[in-house]
Design a protein around this ligand. Structure first.
Ligand SMILES: NC(=O)c1ccc[n+]([C@@H]2O[C@H](COP(=O)([O-])OP(=O)(O)OC[C@H]3O[C@@H](n4cnc5c(N)ncnc54)[C@H](O)[C@@H]3O)[C@@H](O)[C@H]2O)c1
Length: 325
């Protein structure tokens, strides 16, 4: 079996590469290294079944070349930073929506690649009023250009699956945690404390409540659905969306306290105003995960364990702060 992983040098993509190689897949990793980190694939590079392409999903010819003989595409390449969309209003449209169109179109033309695993986001649900939020929320109101682009991508995956006999799985991830974690609140807090351990500035008033998921639990869910079960395979509608998160959540201020305890520090906390840290920041994230749980998946790591493990990984791998400035 052969897989293409777009965004293979990123946080999630590199874990997918490692897992697929463990499963004896031949893996092509495509990344433009805009936010990817070469070191994440050091182990993969030792495996002769791994082939790396430094290119861009917006370079259609390269994408088509990578698609030859591929059975499944794990499409992770994207602008993964929600905040960036307000400064550069084109980035989510280009990198996410047009990028995903390119991937789907290259799959269609290749004829061999007909299965796609797409990294959507809880942000595609905007700021819902119903909790835990189900997959079938009607017309989610969008609060970020990133979320809007992810919703548009889900629509494209669905349309390609229906029109061209393809099989698609979209996963709406909450924020992930764990080894190789290169962005997000734990990264930001540890980085700030490394520079000045006497104070910690927190975006927002610290009362936002968020669900987080460990990267290993995310990978086990993707493998169960896209490799082991493939629930859409025999259905007329060959497209499925799954929420991926936890049935618990944590307040940002409690999370900050856990991080400083783990670091053995006692900084003064400085809070911002309002529940939201930035435009599009959802003050309450809790997804209904009953659909995927019914298929046999369950997360193994608690949020508190994941925050502590991530903090310790960052401290033991301080080089990552030089990679991500
Ligand atoms: N990490 C999370 O908490 C989280 C939550 C929800 C959704 N997601 C989604 O999961 C996916 C992976 O996120 P991540 O956390 O690994 O982010 P990341 O930034 O670590 O990885 C993205 C990778 O894609 C590459 N890339 C970006 N644009 C590209 C392009 N045009 N062509 C080729 N490569 C390109 C980057 O260099 C990087 O290696 C993204 O689609 C993101 O939106 C992530």
């Amino acid at each position: 079996m052969k897989a293409l992983v777009t965004g293979s040098s990123g946080f999630i993509g590199s874990h997918i590469v490692d897992e697929l190689l463990k499963r004896n897949y031949e893996v092509i990793g495509l990344d433009n290294l805009s936010t990817g980190i070469r070191r994440f694939l050091d182990d993969a590079r030792k495996n002769e079944k791994f082939y790396e392409v430094e290119s861009d999903i917006l370079k259609f010819e390269d994408l088509c070349n990578c698609m030859q003989g591929v059975d499944i595409v794990y499409h992770m390449a994207a602008n993964a930073d929600i905040r960036g969309g307000t400064e550069d209003t084109k980035i989510d449209l280009e990198q996410n929506t047009i990028g995903t169109y390119n991937v789907l179109e290259a799959m269609r033309l290749s004829k061999s690649s007909s299965r796609i695993c797409f990294a959507s986001s809880a942000a595609a649900l905007g700021e819902p009023e119903s909790f835990p939020t189900p997959e079938d929320l009607p017309n989610p109101i969008q609060t970020s250009l990133y979320g809007a682009s992810k919703l548009a991508c889900e629509g494209l995956v669905s349309a390609y699956c229906n029109a061209f006999d393809m099989e698609g799985y979209c996963f709406r991830f909450v924020s992930l945690l764990g080894p190789r974690y290169p962005h997000g609140h734990v990264f930001d807090f540890v980085k700030k404390l490394k520079n000045d351990s006497s104070k910690l500035e927190i975006l927002g008033d610290g009362t936002a409540q968020k669900s987080y998921l460990h990267i290993n639990d995310c990978i086990s869910a993707l493998m169960l659905i896209c490799e082991d079960l493939r629930p859409a395979k025999d259905l007329d509608n060959s497209f499925e969306i799954f929420n991926l998160g936890m049935e618990e959540y944590i307040e940002v201020s409690e999370s900050a306290q856990l991080i400083v305890n783990e670091l053995g520090l006692k900084p003064e906390f400085y809070f911002g105003h309002g529940k939201r840290g930035w435009v599009g920041d959802n003050p309450f994230v809790l997804l209904d995960i009953s659909k995927i749980k019914k298929l046999g998946w369950k997360p193994r790591n608690t949020i508190k364990e994941s925050i502590k493990e991530t903090t310790n990984w960052l401290i033991q791998n301080e080089w990552i702060f030089d990679e991500r400035v």
